[in-house]
Design a protein around this ligand. Structure first.
Ligand SMILES: Cc1cc2nc3c(=O)[nH]c(=O)nc-3n(C[C@H](O)[C@H](O)[C@H](O)COP(=O)(O)O)c2cc1C
Length: 329
């Protein structure tokens, strides 16, 4: 019997698994493969250089799948803010019905809701989740410190965040950060989530549009292979522990009050993109989560979704057999 959660019922996906926005990775190849596997994929708006390019990417994705998919719009503080509303307009005008927001959803939330879009807001703390609920988002995707990329400043694990969401939120929530298999999905469902969001695990699939060597590196990595940097700039980010991120960490921790300009050249997005394109894992910094420790293979998205579905079903059945009213003789 298929899973029945808010995600499967509201979005119409078969398996309650999500592929969240992934800079440089969340392109049509990735998102359509997730959609075809039975999960919910999000194209990453800012990977496209303009709203018009996003429009073209949505159309390209539609030629690759007839299943529902969404768009991630990430709104982090920046000196030259991208045209967020332009990206949101392209998304709505192309008929997308579900958007994953990250950062401050304010610039586009009213517009999305006026146009009937389901908004899943990704955040890293209960305070932000409650604020987003008040502003009118439909669902929260709560990212623990295990996650790849921005995990917040308080190092709260998924286990605790999920418990707190179950206690305090009135809207549905999805577990994110550190999930990579069916046991993780089963655990998240037991803790009250409607499904799991994954980045690292989807990155390491056949269809993920990154160099094979990066995927092989993720399989090689374990749970000690990542590093948190930029804490002193209140922009803590989990990256692969490589030559460049170790250098960032060294500079950041060599002074009490470092300036961002001292590490900016190392943190450059263009260099990070180079890792995915060339497979040289030391070209720049790249995001990866603790879930890398759980990843031992490079399956197709369909193989992954089917395995997660089967493992989660078995795990829930096994768990329910651990308690019995009958006394053992
Ligand atoms: C390579 C990569 C790039 C990411 N870029 C973004 C992004 O641009 N916006 C965003 O909201 N989340 C981004 N994320 C975070 C994911 O959407 C997701 O929340 C996170 O990976 C979940 O944790 P996990 O890696 O343990 O599965 C990125 C993750 C990865 C692995």
């Amino acid at each position: 019997m298929p899973f029945k959660t808010w995600l499967t019922e509201t979005i119409g996906v078969r398996v309650p698994i999500v592929q969240g926005g992934m800079m440089w990775v969340g392109r049509a190849e990735m998102t359509s493969a997730v959609a075809n596997s039975g999960g919910l994929g999000f194209l990453t708006a800012l990977t496209q250089p303009s709203p018009e390019a996003l429009r073209a990417e949505i159309r390209r994705c539609r030629t690759m799948t007839d299943q529902p998919f969404g768009v991630n719009i990430t709104m982090l503080p920046s000196m030259n803010a991208p045209d967020y509303l332009g990206y949101a307009r392209a998304t709505v005008e192309e008929g997308i019905k579900v958007v994953e927001t990250a950062g401050n959803p304010e610039p586009i939330l009213k517009y999305l809701k006026e146009n009937g879009v389901i908004v899943i807001h990704k955040c890293v703390s209960l305070v932000h989740a409650l604020k987003a609920q008040e502003k009118g988002v439909d669902c929260i995707s709560i990212d623990g410190i295990e996650c790849a990329g921005h995990g917040g400043e308080y190092d709260i694990t998924s286990m605790i965040l999920l418990g707190r969401c179950a206690q305090e939120l009135k809207i549905p929530f999805i577990a994110s950060g550190g999930f990579a298999d069916g046991n993780g999905l089963a655990t998240a469902l037991v803790l009250g989530a409607e499904g799991i969001n994954m980045g690292t695990r989807w990155m390491c699939t056949v269809e993920s549009p990154i160099h094979q060597k990066v995927k092989e590196e993720i399989v090689r990595m374990d749970e000690n292979s990542t590093i948190l940097v930029l804490r002193k700039f209140r922009n803590t980010t989990r990256l692969s522990k490589n030559e460049v991120s170790l250098e960032v960490s060294k500079i950041e921790n060599s002074k009490l009050d470092p300036k961002f300009e001292e590490v900016a050249h190392l943190m450059s997005g263009a260099r990070g993109r180079g890792v995915y394109e060339t497979g040289d894992i030391n070209t720049g910094v790249w995001s990866v989560g603790l879930a890398a420790g759980l990843i031992k293979s490079i399956p197709t998205c369909k193989e992954l979704a089917d395995t997660i579905e089967r493992e989660a079903k078995d795990a829930l059945a096994k768990a329910s057999g651990l308690y019995s009213e009958k006394a053992r003789i």
